[in-house]
Design a protein around this ligand. Structure first.
Ligand code: ADP
Length: 399
């Protein structure tokens, strides 16, 4: 059973074709610059040579057709007929308050995805275009929407309400939604396995530390709080996003720099985070580490602020859950940066956490427990795999 996973951005499309039986990846690829000059498809079939196609692609429908052609290509192909694809799983960023689970897309679901355009103006329109492009290219093949917000749908009101006039929640749905839900769900489930916890009696903090980053508190497999909010700007310090700031900062800088609200939000999304705080060294933690190792004061201060903030969020979630059994690090930074994990765990000794430095140094992109046997709380590294999670959700729904 072959399942195609699509992640559509406004001008890009990432895909992976899975064999659902053994969860192997048959091919993956990326289409860039859809609708702009220089469109390019890079197709990477497992065990075969890559295929690169450079030709104008005016929209996502054309891009999806070219992806299907690449999947059936004489040399770089991995299937012989499009009918081998039994379903498509789509990453959809925002499901609003309507969905706390994945769904098979029908007209009603499309309406909801559209209603959430305002919440995710860069992503949801592209996600819907991806669904419609697949409907056109593969009529009758089910499209499953896996929402980034869904896993957080179990948060109680006390966690998701903002203390602003209630009418904005009632009129517009202004509340905290959270993101990276597919990753938090996948990784928290794996953590329960790896740490040997009883799912129905478990308290886990998931630290998804990538370019975008968020932390969630998961009790008995269900999310009770997460650090991102109405938009992915809230929470910890990220690559280029500020995370939490006093909203007063916005008015203050806007006044001084003569910026409007759009300019300010763009600055908080794209020029802030570790990139902005370090004075523009980089949003990539490998560059920051190199600068820190060279004694660069700004890099040192940035990494200190970053790890301090993560530790504070973990502490607040331990309080929210009244305890913790396991803390897990995932995504690019979380999986690959032992020094970041060490710096965070240095704040957590009060929980009885004892890091196994040797295991921590070794843990790079693999499932590992990185605490000693007598540590009261287990700390793990688990590689996230959002695409595989989407395949599993898709298979479960179409069965
Ligand atoms: P996203 O999916 O949000 O774009 P990722 O989860 O891929 O982000 O994380 C990207 C970040 O992970 C990079 O900016 C980089 O800082 C960090 N990263 C990736 N690989 C490594 C590595 N080997 N060592 C340290 N940091 C890494």
């Amino acid at each position: 059973m072959k399942i195609l996973v699509l992640n559509c951005g406004s001008s890009s499309l990432k895909y992976q074709l899975f064999n659902a039986e053994d969860e192997s990846v048959l091919a993956k690829g990326l289409v860039e610059r859809i609708g702009i000059e220089g469109s390019k498809l890079t197709h990477k079939p497992t065990g075969k040579d890559n295929l690169v196609i450079e030709q104008p692609m005016k929209d996502h429908e054309i891009a999806v057709k070219l992806v299907l052609d690449a999947l059936m290509d004489d040399n770089a192909g991995v299937i012989s007929d499009v009918s081998e694809i039994v379903a498509v799983g789509h990453r959809v960023v925002h499901g609003g308050q309507h969905y706390s689970d994945s769904i098979i897309v029908d007209e009603e679901a499309k309406k909801v995805i559209k209603e959430c355009f305002d919440f995710a103006p860069l992503h949801n329109p592209a996600n819907l275009i991806g669904v419609e492009a697949c409907e056109a290219a593969m009529p009758g093949v089910p499209n499953v929407a896996v929402f980034d917000t869904a896993f957080h749908g179990t948060m109680p009101a006390k966690a998701y309400m903002y203390a602003v006039p209630r009418e904005y929640y009632e009129k517009y749905g202004v509340r905290r939604y959270g993101f990276h839900g597919t990753s938090h769900s996948f990784v928290s489930k794996k953590t329960i396995e790896v740490a040997g916890l009883d799912k129905d009696n478990s308290k886990v903090v998931v630290c998804h530390l990538g370019n975008g980053a968020s932390i969630s508190a998961v009790v008995n497999g269900k999310c009770i709080d997460t650090s991102m909010g109405l938009t992915p700007l809230e929470g910890i310090i990220m690559g280029t996003r500020s995370g939490d700031v006093d909203p007063g900062v916005i008015e203050f800088i806007a006044g001084k720099e003569n910026k409007d609200i759009r300019g300010m939000i763009a600055m908080l999304n794209k020029e802030s985070g570790v990139y902005g705080l370090s004075g523009g060294i980089s949003s990539d933690f490998r560059d920051l580490k190199a600068a820190m190792d060279n004694g660069d004061e700004k890099a040192i201060e940035t990494i200190e602020a970053y790890t301090y903030k993560v530790a504070k969020y973990i502490g607040s979630y331990v309080a929210a859950m009244n305890g913790v059994d396991a803390i897990v690090f995932t995504a690019g930074v979380g999986e690959n940066s032992p020094y970041i994990r060490t710096m965070i765990c240095e704040y957590l000794g009060y929980l009885g956490i004892k890091l196994d430095e040797e295991a921590n140094a070794k843990a790079m992109g693999e499932e590992m427990i990185i605490t000693t046997a007598d540590s009261k709380v287990k700390v793990c590294t688990i590689p996230t795999n959002e695409e595989l999670a989407i395949v599993r959700e898709t298979v479960a729904l179409i069965k």
